[in-house]
Each structure stands twice: as structure tokens, then as C-alpha cells.
Write a protein that binds this ligand. Structure first.
Ligand SMILES: [Zn+2]
Length: 292
């Protein structure tokens, strides 16, 4: 099984996680910029974080043969803090970088007017930079959050085929599918979506435009839940090819729209081979080697 985790916050994970992921078949990841728990008080701490997402973290992943990509945005929660608003001015510089495969996570947290404004501004940036967009749907009042997100997406003029609505569930999947966006599902250990529930959704709605991710971060989460979902699919009668479609070819197709995936040619398409890994370069390389 080869796995592309389309949404995982490696910043908050250890090297043990990278090791377990690589051993279980995870060969590529997308790490969206998000809220770090502790509120940030100035744009400078975002710049350092974004630099880590396009520099240090791809280097760290490459040590385990994992291809790391990022999405960059001002997250919905911190969109409410006026001290963070100037982050919008930093974004164009990062959205031009290799390895940045979408604008995200954008969307709603508490659905405030500030979030409206920042969400719309960032969809405009996605259009301007010709990038897909990763939209986080709120954990509270999800139905209304999905409805409002779809309205903002429609209003922005971005092609729905270049948008993923993430953290969907049984209640919101049909509405999102009808709107033509990609359907993201985050699998968690004991809340929200589980592997058996995911298998049921795949049975009912099919495999097209579906992305399954672990969304692992510093909360209770598990970076192998993508793999466990693949195993649950096989146990539930899906084929190896079905699993490869959901866990590899679908994320390659969605994020491939950026033209910036750093996968070896053999893995960028249909073939399932061992593949070779391209080593990410990191400016701090020699310094870090000296220190470890
Ligand atoms: Zn996330």
C-alpha cells in the first residue's frame, strides 16, 4: 500500500512518527499551515513558521524517504486577531515557492465577519497564484459552516474542482459532492470520523474526488489512520486498486493541479513501484548535521 496523507501537521509530530509512517507505506504528505494552539502575536512568528513548512520540515521528511509539501494561509481562527491580519501581505511571497501546493487551511472557525473577509481574500490569492484551495470546515455547527463555505467558494469564481472541503462527515458529504468540490475526510482515533465510518461513506458515495487524511497534530490523533482506513477498505471488500486510488492517485490528482508536486516521475501517475526518492535540500543542512 502506498499512501499520500493529504493533510497532516508534521510540525507537531516526532521522528518516531516519520519512521512508523515510512514503514507503513506513507510516501508523501501535505502539511497545511494552521493554528498552533498558542496564539501568535505578530506576523513575524508566522513567517518563521511558514519558513519551517517549506524548509526544515521537507528536509526532515526526506530523511525518511517521505515527500513533503505545504499549503500556506492565515488560518480561520487567527483571522479574528487584528495583530495577525498583516500575515495576508506575507502570503504572496510564500505562494510562489516550490513545494507550496495550495492555499490553506482557509475557511471558517466561528463564522465571524473577520473570517468572511480573510477567507474571501485568500480565495482571491489562490486564483491569482493559480493554486488549489484547502478549506477547513468548522467543528461546531458544521452544516451551516459547509453551506457558507460553499457560498464563498461560488462567489470567488474559483473552479470547485480546485477546492477541497475538509473534515466532512455523513451529514455534510452529499451537499459538498453536489457542489463539485473535492471531499476531504479526517480520520481521528475517537472523535469525528473513524475507518469503519469512512468505508461506509466510500460504499455509499464512491471513490471519486475523495481525499482521506489523518489530520494528525498535537491533539489526540494518529498519523497511521490513513493506512488503517486502507486496511478497513480491503477488509470491507474494496480492491488494492480502490485503496491506491483513494490514498494515492486522488491526492496526486488534486494537489497535482498546482504543478508543484515533488514526486518521482514513476509515482506521479498510475504506476506502483518502489520508486526513488528525491532528497530535499535544506539550507541549514550542514549546521544541523554538525549538531546531531
Ligand atoms: Zn489541519
Amino acid at each position: 500500500m502506498r499512501v499520500f496523507d493529504s493533510h497532516i501537521h508534521m510540525t507537531s509530530r516526532t521522528t518516531d512518527d516519520y519512521e512508523r509512517m515510512a514503514a507503513a507505506g506513507v510516501r508523501a504528505v501535505v502539511e497545511p499551515a494552521f493554528w498552533l494552539g498558542q496564539p501568535r502575536t505578530n506576523p513575524g512568528s508566522f513567517a518563521d513558521y511558514f519558513d519551517a513548512l517549506v524548509g526544515w520540515e521537507p528536509f526532515r521528511a526526506s530523511q525518511f524517504g517521505i515527500h513533503h509539501h505545504a499549503t500556506i494561509a492565515l488560518n480561520p481562527k487567527e483571522a479574528n486577531d487584528p495583530r495577525c491580519r498583516p500575515v495576508l501581505d506575507l502570503l504572496p511571497r510564500y505562494l510562489d515557492k516550490d513545494g507550496v501546493v495550495a492555499v490553506g487551511e482557509v475557511g471558517y472557525d466561528a463564522m465571524t465577519p473577520e473570517e468572511d473577509e480573510v477567507f474571501a481574500a485568500q480565495l482571491a490569492l489562490a486564483l491569482e497564484h493559480d493554486l488549489p484551495a484547502l478549506v477547513h470546515t468548522p467543528h461546531r455547527d458544521k452544516e451551516r459552516g459547509v453551506e457558507r463555505s460553499l457560498a464563498v467558494v461560488a462567489e470567488s469564481g474559483i473552479d470547485p474542482a480546485r477546492v477541497t472541503l475538509d473534515h466532512l462527515n455523513e451529514v455534510t458529504v452529499a451537499r459538498a459532492r453536489d457542489a463539485g468540490v473535492w471531499l476531504g475526510f479526517s480520520i481521528y482515533p475517537d472523535t469525528k470520523m473513524s475507518p469503519p465510518r469512512m468505508v461506509e461513506i466510500l460504499r455509499r458515495y464512491g471513490l471519486e474526488r475523495v481525499l482521506v487524511n489523518s489530520a494528525a497534530d498535537w491533539g489526540r490523533s494518529d498519523p497511521l489512520l490513513t493506512v488503517y482506513t486502507g486496511e478497513a477498505m480491503l477488509a470491507g471488500g474494496f480492491t488494492d486498486d480502490d485503496v491506491d486510488r483513494v490514498l494515492w492517485r486522488n491526492p496526486v490528482e488534486f494537489y497535482g493541479q498546482s504543478g508543484r508536486l515533488t514526486l518521482p516521475e514513476t509515482e506521479a501517475h498510475g504506476e506502483q513501484t518502489g520508486g526513488t526518492t528525491r532528497q530535499a535540500t535544506f539550507a541549514g543542512n550542514s549546521i544541523l548535521r554538525g549538531g546531531s
